[in-house]
Design a binder for this molecule. Sequence first.
Ligand code: F6R
Length: 607
Amino acid sequence: MCGIVGYKGKNEACDILIEALKRLEYRGYDSAGIALWNEGRIAIERKKGKVDDLKKIVYNNDSFKGKMGLAHTRWATHGTPSERNAHPHKADDVVVVHNGIIENYIELKTKLKDEGHKFLSDTDTEVIPHLITNHLRKGMNFIDAVRATLKELKGSYALGIIKETEKTLIAAKKESPLIVGVGEGEYFIASDVPAIINRTNRFIFLEDNDVAIFKDGTLLLINVDGKEVQRKVHEVYWTEAMAEKGGYKHFMLKEIFEQPRAISDTLIGRIKEEKGLVEFEELKLPDISKMKKIWMIACGTSYHACIIGKHMFEANLRIPVETDIASEFRYRDPILGKNDMLILVSQSGETADTIAAMKEGKKRGAYTLSVCNVLGSTLAREADGVIFTHAGPEIGVASTKAFTTQISVLFMLMLHIGKKLGKMQSDEIRNSIGEIKKIPHKIQTILDMSNVIEELARKYMGFKDFLYLGRGINYPTVQEGALKLKEISYIHAEAYAAGEMKHGPIALIDENLPVVFVSPNDHTYKKTCGNMEEVITRRGRILLFTDDNSHEMASRVDNLFILPKTIYELQPILSVVPLQLLAYYIANFLGTDVDQPRNLAKSVTVE
Ligand code: F6R
């Protein structure tokens, strides 16, 4: 995964790079490193652990001066988290930072070793500066040596490269994200927009095989063959404040509280209530009447949004929808063709498995549509169509506002397709629009009761295992609730379809296993109350999240949280919010690193 950043301009680079690196830390935090070019010398520092440890060293050191430099924060793939494996990597006077995986590094390394090159790390990256020096030694110039090296690499890379004897910074991209920030007489490179949004809002989204050369205050864009390419400069509406904590203790908490705004922004300009219409400006769907099947593919939290999408699409459109985890889909030879639509859901738009699933879909002639949060991301650029969730930058590693905006987009897409197919009438669509418009306010009423959830968290923080149960459209909701708890608090949490409980998990139930039920009063409610009965009989503790306190079960559970009412399709958006808060407060009480939980990274750009 890793985050890379680079700067070339008129200002001191050290501050700029460290600050940007902090914002990229969510992509990995096993080690951090920096390289600064100053009058023909490059000062390098690398440190195991977080950016703050690196900062302490370089801020008190006069060697770290210069107006050009690179920095890196690492999520270890090849080689343990350690100083020797931290980037930048250097050979002769060539210095490289890299995000991605060089698949053929073993054969390249063996060859280079045979030629006398000495390696200091276990990383795949280190072959890159060595290959460049090989070409330089044969008399190539810096740019040509980089291009020749890129041609030798198999795999993915976003690269920043500098050299002591050159006042030039070179960046290159293939299958890993890399953007160029365009400032006044200065340029930035970064793995994503929020890293440098405080410096500029003008960006170039590099494409695969692009090589960017920053020299003498200018930018030259070429491809690996040396041919000049043209790329548009985009203005991005995200602001610096959006990428900051704004008084909250953690980004995750801020992002949970931002959900009313994020959903409103996602609806704006798309819902036409009076006309009973939903329109997406950026979308030109093919002839939907020929569509035989819809697929919804994603990973993690985004996959849970897909299952919710399946429930709403099938119920209202009567089109078969198959959901799959992207890493499974891509390797299982799925049966799909040109009359299928593949909806790929991803916050980052950079998840390697989801991108591979899109490519598989395209190869087989399906129409691919991505639902993404990040402008210029690979899925946004490469799918046949794109709908953006306007959640704003999501920085906490645990996804929250991306999830509820993804559900909002899928709901609107269902209305859009329903109208096109004549499966939903204007009145019905108008009512549905009316319901989703009320969602931000309803979320706010839940957020206003966050203290209640905080108390629940205090009560339950000491338990070692949790079971989450729900049915129908709320089965993926509890899957999401359990995922949130385990990833940020490291407490074991399992989610089951409530009806499955008696087929195994019931054996776990006793007074040491809190059971979280999400069960609004829909067509599955009475059945789920039956499951609660079974838990109570076995002395299990129940936390019930429901919109109905009239059922006698409400008075028998250990803890009851009343949700606002909404239509079936939109229930998960409301019921997931207290689950997000529960996970957050438990993790906060336990003192874990909520925004950067161990072993995780925000964009999973490797398989
Ligand atoms: C969980 C979480 C992950 C992501 C998953 C997919 O809180 O954030 O499970 O949902 O890695 O990421 P995107 O949506 O960027 O494709």
